[in-house]
Design a protein around this ligand. Structure first.
Ligand code: AMP
Length: 495
């Protein structure tokens, strides 16, 4: 998962790109970067591993001069973890193109072969973003135009759509020309555009989430449509075109469950409201299955479940209590590379208020259960704190399949629900009652916010992937994600 942003303004954009990246930090904490270009076509880039505040020091900001630019925060989903994977990535021909990508290509190795053998392009990494950049660069270069127009650029995007499979929300900076944004034909990953009045022209921001528009003085213009491309030239003129013959809006439902900030609207659906409805749907299910339930208190697992948990408590008419206090200064535990580390860090990250548990039947609520590490540990903590019964509700249905579209969750075999029934999962995490959101309820919770969306990307729950898959892709991805194989790989690289 990653966050991307691009700004085109009358004056320097680096400070605002920096602020945007801070507001997108939840989408990736592994690396950050930005590229800006000035009116003399001078391109400047700074990128490195780490949090946004660590990557950019005053000395870097002083050099980042330009009135249009793009930025990126990275959370690795494909490829490795080193400095060379930080974005924006750059290719020098044609024009010098920098690119920030959120998503994951599912035919990356096939494209990388084509790029090497047929198009004589050498790639430095196994990153799918570098593949995407080179495919686009190749298609733009083929037009052999010294001064590309929006039309030439859109033609290259059309060709890129034809060649690339998977999820990609993209911002590219074409040196000396402007910034380009495009979204895959299914619109799996989010991307929207905001606008504000400058002195003599409109200024634009394009980003993964719209919650950063208002703080920066922009107002939302609209979402970028699946398959659509937007080009803002270096003087601020905006062009847009649908570059796909068969766009089909299918936003990733997990953005609403977990990833996006609650103050964002993704494809016109308020993330906050969708989470409230997830809570209401869980309450309805509880009332239906156990009308005489004995839940004394609802306790969220902070932060991403709090909105759903609060609404669930209100609808059940049961008190809502904060039973866990989160240390905000520890990175997300999930991102810790191996299982032992993850287990230890749950305790360090969440401390328990035992008075809220003593002698009570508690309903713990989380947004999702992935490997089960958090839920198992939390249930153990609740019991140690003196809870009588510990129930557990997940705002998302059981996650049974790996994610191919830009969310690094786990290999299928590492997902606790991959080959277990709900009862078996309940036993494994040691809860007295496990309530999973029903898929149709989750879809409803999102869809009510924008009934025009007919389809959501839900493959982690169903195993039905919405893009064609290259042979062996699932297996390759599974192997690259398994903890044990990661350890072996690292050992052999070290020796
Ligand atoms: P687990 O402990 O493996 O079951 O993970 C569940 C927790 O991880 C939940 O509290 C979620 O909020 C969080 N989570 C879910 N998906 C992701 C993800 N892709 N990256 C990081 N954290 C996640």
């Amino acid at each position: 998962m990653c966050g991307i942003v691009g700004i085109s303004a009358e004056s320097n954009v680096a400070a605002e790109i920096y602020d945007s990246l801070l507001m997108l930090q939840h989408r990736g904490q592994d690396a950050a970067g930005m590229s800006v270009c000035d009116q003399n076509d001078k391109l400047t880039t700074r990128k490195s591993m780490g949090y946004v505040r660590d990557v950019f020091q005053q000395m870097h900001m002083d050099k980042l001069i330009g009135n249009y630019g793009i930025g990126h925060v990275r959370y690795p989903t494909a490829g490795g973890n080193g400095k060379e994977f930080a974005q924006p990535m750059y290719v020098n021909s044609p024009y010098g193109i920098s690119l920030s990508h959120n998503g994951n290509l599912t035919n990356s190795s096939q494209l990388s072969n084509e790029l090497f053998h047929a198009e004589m392009r050498h790639l430095l990494t196994d990153s799918d973003s570098e593949v995407l950049l080179n495919v686009f660069a190749h298609e733009l270069g083929k037009q052999r135009e010294i001064y590309p127009s929006a039309e030439h650029i859109f033609k290259a995007v059309t060709k890129t759509h034809i060649r690339c499979e998977g999820a990609y929300a993209v911002l590219a900076l074409i040196t000396g020309h402007g910034i380009l944004a495009f979204r895959d034909e299914n619109g799996i990953r989010p991307l929207s555009i905001g606008i504000r009045k400058g002195k003599s022209r409109d200024e634009y921001i394009i980003a993964s989430e719209d919650s950063l528009f208002i703080p920066l003085g922009f107002k939302k213009f609209r979402d970028i449509e699946p398959g659509e491309a937007i080009f803002i030239d270096k003087d601020g003129n905006l062009f847009s075109e649908q570059c796909s013959e068969s766009p089909r809006k299918s936003p990733c439902i997990f953005e609403y469950v977990y990833f996006s900030r609650p103050d964002s609207k993704i494809d016109e659906i308020s993330v906050y409201k969708a989470r409230m409805r997830m809570g209401s749907k869980l309450a309805d299910q509880i009332k239906e299955i156990r009308p005489n339930h004995d839940i004394d208190v609802v306790i969220p697992i902070p932060d991403s479940s709090t909105t759903a948990a609060h609404q669930l408590a209100v609808d059940l008419g049961v008190p809502y209590r904060e039973g866990f206090v989160k240390n905000r200064y520890i990175g997300r535990t999930f991102i810790m590379p191996y299982q032992e580390e993850r287990k230890k860090s749950v305790r360090r990250k969440l401390n328990i208020l035992d008075l809220e548990f003593q002698g009570k039947n508690v309903l713990l609520v989380d947004d999702s259960i992935v490997r089960g590490t958090t839920s198992k540990k939390i249930i153990e903590m609740a019991r140690e704190a003196g809870a009588k019964k510990v129930y557990f509700a997940s705002a998302a249905p059981a996650i049974k399949y790996q994610n191919l579209y830009g969310i690094d969750m786990a290999a299928t075999s590492e997902l606790i629900a991959s080959n277990k029934t709900d009862d078996e999962v309940a036993k494994e995490i040691n809860t007295d009652w496990l309530i999973y959101q029903r898929l149709e309820d989750l879809i409803d919770a999102a869809k009510i916010g924008n009934p025009e969306i007919e389809h959501f990307e839900t493959s982690i729950f169903t195993g039905k992937y919405i893009t064609p898959l290259v042979e062996n892709y699932l297996e390759e991805l599974e192997n690259s994600r398994k903890d044990e194989l990661k350890v072996q790989r690292e050992k052999s690289q070290a020796s």
